[in-house]
Design a protein around this ligand. Sequence first.
Ligand code: AMP
Ligand code: GLY
Length: 422
Amino acid sequence: MRVLVVGSGAREHALLLALRRDPEVEGLAIAPGNAGTAAIADQYDVDVTSGEAVTKLAQRIRADLVVIGPEVPLVLGVADAVRSAGIACFGPGTDAARIEGSKSFAKDVMTAAGVRTARSEVVDNPARLDASLDRFGPPGGERAWVVKDDGLAAGKGVVVTPDRAAARAHAANLLESGHPVLLESFLDGPEVSLFCVVDGETVVPLLPAQDFKRAGDNDTGPNTGGMGAYAPLPWLPEDILTQIVDEVVKPVAAELVARGSPFSGLMYAGLAITSQGPAVIEFNCRFGDPETQSVLALLETPLGQLLYAAASGNLADEPPLRWRDGAAVTVVLAAENYPGRPRVGDPITGSEADGVLHAGTRRRDDGAIVSSGGRVLSVVGTGADLAAAREAAYRVIKSIRLPGSHFRSDIALAAAEERLAR
Ligand code: AMP
Ligand code: GLY
């Protein structure tokens, strides 16, 4: 089969590497890709937000399967366009993608499905902001205010803070630029990202992972798109994993079917494991970055066949997934000033090493690989356990040179040292 992957990040680079290991995948294409993906797939330029452009490209290169990486094309209906041309597509249509595209839609689905999540309020009128803030945050016993952009914000629309003035300022800013705001109760506990391949009511969970959202060590600094991840989670009991699948993902998948918008693709549940059990922080409608880099590094099941089965409505017939023993740790190398406006255009050395997945990179006319985005690349290390996987990832990332760049030094550290409760 010929597979076209849409997107340009390290997640797409990881998808390509896993697809390449599938003996049934004979052709691999990527659009628009980056300097790293160009080395392993035919690369095409495309406007990823245009259903027509993506469909035309898929037809031209005779793709049997299109895999859409990022959320924006999914929310805009690119998967619908590809499917209506009769091409199998891994990724939900615009209706089901609202589980990520609209936080208030996701809340509504969770309420209907009886899924535990944070208490929330949507604020669209600045005059009501103070009264709403009073119903959340530290005075009521919670550790912090949680203020979110109700729409898509690449992981950067969220402010979690014990400082009421900072919470208020973020909310007021969003409202001023015309974005409805979602206030949420603070969920306390370690976070889990559980990716499930979903086809209607059929749910196949992948290995659980943990993402590191803050820019700095010890979870300091602003929220980012993700600075590192590891899988699996040795501290997460098997029964909690089963509970997440049975009490969170399956009911939400069933609710979407009942609403006439069945989900087909990757359903990503982001949860906090609170003292009262798992509670949903968010749903995404696609593979998460950087967790995908860790999870797929351990997948033995041929990925192309798995995604094709989901995309063609045959997921229920697939054999159980197979995984490599051991652990995988991913560390993101970010450009100077990320998650603010990143410095770009600097030459990178050492990015050809094994385990390096490219994101914000491009090849200059003179052949040099230069930075072109905030998250520049990720490094995946694998090993018998988290400590060995960490060592492998950090050995490589320390050998890469990019002026002004930064990475977190504590990815998977607490779990490797068994400091997270079992
Ligand atoms: P989101 O974009 O909704 O995933 O939020 C980004 C990050 O903010 C999450 O990964 C959490 O670390 C944090 N966060 C979001 N919502 C909450 C919440 N209700 N309670 C605690 N932390 C949260
Ligand atoms: N890992 C966070 C995200 O992909 O949204």
